[in-house]
Design a protein around this ligand. Sequence first.
Ligand code: 13P
Ligand code: SF4
Length: 335
Amino acid sequence: MKPLCGRAIILTHHYQRSEIVELGDAVGDSYGLSKIAASRDDVEYIFFCGVHFMAEAAYILSKGNRKVYLPNPLAGCPMADMAEMTDVLEAWEILANFGGDKRIMPISYMNSAAGLKAFCGRHDGLICTSSNADAAYKYGLKRKEKLFFFPDQHLGYNTGIKFGLKPEDMVIWDFSLPSGGLTEEQINRAKVILWKGHCHVHTNFKAEHVREVREKYPQARVVVHPECSHDVVALADAAGSTSFIVKYVESQPPGSVIAIGTEINLIHRLAHFHPEMKIFELSGQICPICVNMYRTTVNDLAYCLENFADTHPITVPDDIKMYALIALERMLEVH
Ligand code: 13P
Ligand code: SF4
């Protein structure tokens, strides 16, 4: 076996343990890492230190030209699992009575399985991340009357408000209820139908956490991820993807006090690299750790690098890959 050097890259998400990020060739948010995966034709292998949907998207975007490995195969995303294809197809069948493809565009957050991405590609829709969700709304509402947004109700709602929609323009599709728990009138009136999924890490942040920080540190800046509920986002100074949060911190002057509402590993790293500021986790009480991101250890990565030839790379059936690629390439175009 030829040495891996020069033939492989290690991609790491911002929520990874610091010792993993240090070993990576690049660190980024899901959008940035997807772009790298799509463009690095010069490598044969990608070792993706993140969660399953990220590695899967990297494989699809590499058009089968690169082998992609997830060093800890158990690293999933519970939010992505909240949109099961059987529930999605059942919902779409009902929405066919409201115009289906003609009136409704499905948009899925990157945090979703390849099957849902392919569903979006098949129905003229697209994928977005937290860094281009507003551009995806613009793209969708230019072409169709309604959006069906999966699986994060909070990112979907926050994006709608940012886009200028009113709360009454958005409804939540509760997949555990018949017809999503919605009346015909509610579906007809809605501009955005939000799938009832959420991130259990980000929904732990509450509005009172922001108020408490502001009381204790009146000069504090509060920056959060848009997977937080809208009452938190509305009280924060800024909201955006993990890379946005990093850039936000870097743009603040020395002496700044910054409370951050996102995953703890990223917050710790930012605090470590910016001793000239006071940086801390917004709630001060919960430990917002994404256990799935935390699963990947240096041992996992080392084992995967040494034994990749005997390890299963991430793959996706061809028909799913073809349609998911359409939706993912649209994501890269829309920014
Ligand atoms: P970013 O795209 O902002 O990196 O977010 C990914 C994620 O899973 C946040 O919980
Ligand atoms: Fe999924 Fe939440 Fe973890 Fe992001 S932080 S990977 S949305 S569980």
